[in-house]
Design a protein around this ligand. Structure first.
Ligand code: AMP
Length: 416
């Protein structure tokens, strides 16, 4: 069996890994680290939870520290692109942890926050830059960042970058990098567009594929509770009365529902917070930190915001709404059962979501057990939607109250 030492990693890295209690490399690490140390390009077909960050991060740190070159002003020696801000921050943190005895300089560039700090961080150049594509391109255009010295390139979660519409930006960025570089591309799935991108980015690459989604799902106990949409919130608070649900991520399809669920939990006295694309980067990071520290018991999240959220010991994932694409389901439930642990995933399924459920079952190649909830019908108070709509205030500073109040009896009809 291989060890981190036998993979050829240097002593300062081994020390940092020992401090993190990483005793054994994961399969993707075992295969990717030697290839990358040898200078090969890499295609990693893997999702989060497989240890892919360390798989590319460790050889990257080792090479940068062995080959000490002073980065030029505004430049980076390695560029890592990630689709979401959360994932970018997380990669940056992981690399700082693994590289803490190496003294390399790192910076993060992401949207949604003021750019000044990022511009300052790049002024003297850095060894490693982790960035989301949009803001990076923006700063390149403004002349604050140069990419012609980035001889190492990592595209993480390339399929998500495509889903989120970043592929054009990614192509523009890659075109600015030197041709003589080492490149790595990670993707959980292989849609046609990603196959094309591979041809443009990688050269004579090593291909490593680990645990297709179904394998990850094997460690997770999954069940489905049929429940009408309007009764879901009552069911959620009922389930949360059980202290076994100690650290829970609740997924919704939209930001709006995420907010409403979080508000509902707050009223019910459950400490919770929501993360989604409408929240500022700082608010999202705060929510995430609170959840990681155990101060927030329930994190309500949309799919995109939850990408890259890596929190240990998540006891339960609750799909308040089923996702409309089956792969998101696998990503969602993968938030529990991180790094070999076991977890429970509960999905609420309204009759209108049955087709989503069928797609999911086809992907995970099994029928998910349906368990009726054990609540008496009267305990599941349907939410009074009239009251809801009257109190509904969308987020945003510029929102004006509509002039006409919503009339629960329907529009007034003119007399004939
Ligand atoms: P990733 O797939 O990079 O998001 O990593 C998933 C989680 O596994 C992270 O929390 C890592 O800290 C953890 N991890 C990565 N490699 C190892 C390892 N060899 N041993 C134990 N934990 C690991």
């Amino acid at each position: 069996m291989s060890t981190f030492e036998s993979l050829g990693l240097s002593e300062p890295l081994l020390r940092a890994l020992a401090a993190e209690n990483y005793t054994q490399p994961t399969p993707i690490q075992t295969r990717a680290i030697p290839a990358l140390l040898n200078g090969r390009d890499l295609l990693g077909i893997a999702q989060t939870g497989t240890g892919k960050t360390a798989a590319f991060g460790l050889p990257l740190l080792q090479k940068l520290s062995q080959d000490r070159v002073r980065p030029a002003p505004k430049s980076c020696r390695a560029l890592i692109l990630a689709p979401t801000r959360e994932l970018a921050v997380q990669i940056d943190q992981s690399l700082k942890t693994y590289g803490r005895h190496l003294g390399l300089r790192q910076a993060v560039i992401l949207g949604g926050v003021n750019q000044n700090k990022q511009v300052n961080a790049m002024r003297n150049g850095v060894d490693i830059l982790v960035a989301t594509p949009g803001r990076l391109l923006d700063l390149v255009k403004q002349g604050h960042v140069r990419l012609n010295q980035a001889h190492q390139l990592i595209l993480d979660e390339a399929d998500r970058m495509f889903d989120m519409g970043f592929i054009k930006d990614v192509r523009k960025i890659v075109a600015l990098l030197p041709k003589d570089r080492q490149s790595m591309l990670f993707s959980a799935t292989m849609p046609r567009e990603i196959v094309e991108l591979i041809g443009e980015v990688l050269y004579q690459y090593e291909r490593v594929e680990v645990s297709p989604p179904t394998v990850t799902a094997d460690r997770i106990e999954q069940r489905v509770i049929p429940v009408e949409q309007r009764k879901k919130r009552a069911l959620l608070t009922h389930l949360l009365a059980d202290p076994a649900l100690s650290r829970v991520i609740v997924f919704t399809r939209t930001k709006h529902v995420a907010n409403r669920v979080a508000e509902h939990l707050e009223k019910a006295g459950v400490v919770s917070d929501a993360i989604h694309g409408n929240k500022s980067q700082n608010a999202r990071q705060r929510a995430l930190d609170g959840f990681k520290a155990g101060k927030v018991r329930v994190l309500v999240a949309t799919d995109i915001a939850a990408r890259g959220v890596d929190v240990e010991n998540v006891s339960h994932v609750i799909n308040f709404e089923l996702p409309n694409d089956a792969e998101s389901y696998v990503h969602r439930i993968g938030r529990t059962a991180r790094a070999g642990a076991e977890g429970i995933a509960i999905s609420f399924c309204d009759p209108s979501e049955k087709t989503f459920l069928r797609d999911i079952e086809r992907l995970v190649k099994r029928q998910l057990p349906v368990v009726p909830h054990d609540l008496p019908a009267e305990a599941l108070q349907p939410v009074n939607i009239h009251e809801e709509r009257r109190n509904y205030k969308p987020e945003g500073r510029n929102y004006k109250q509509p002039r006409h109040r919503w009339n629960p009896r329907g529009p007034r009809r003119k007399a004939a």
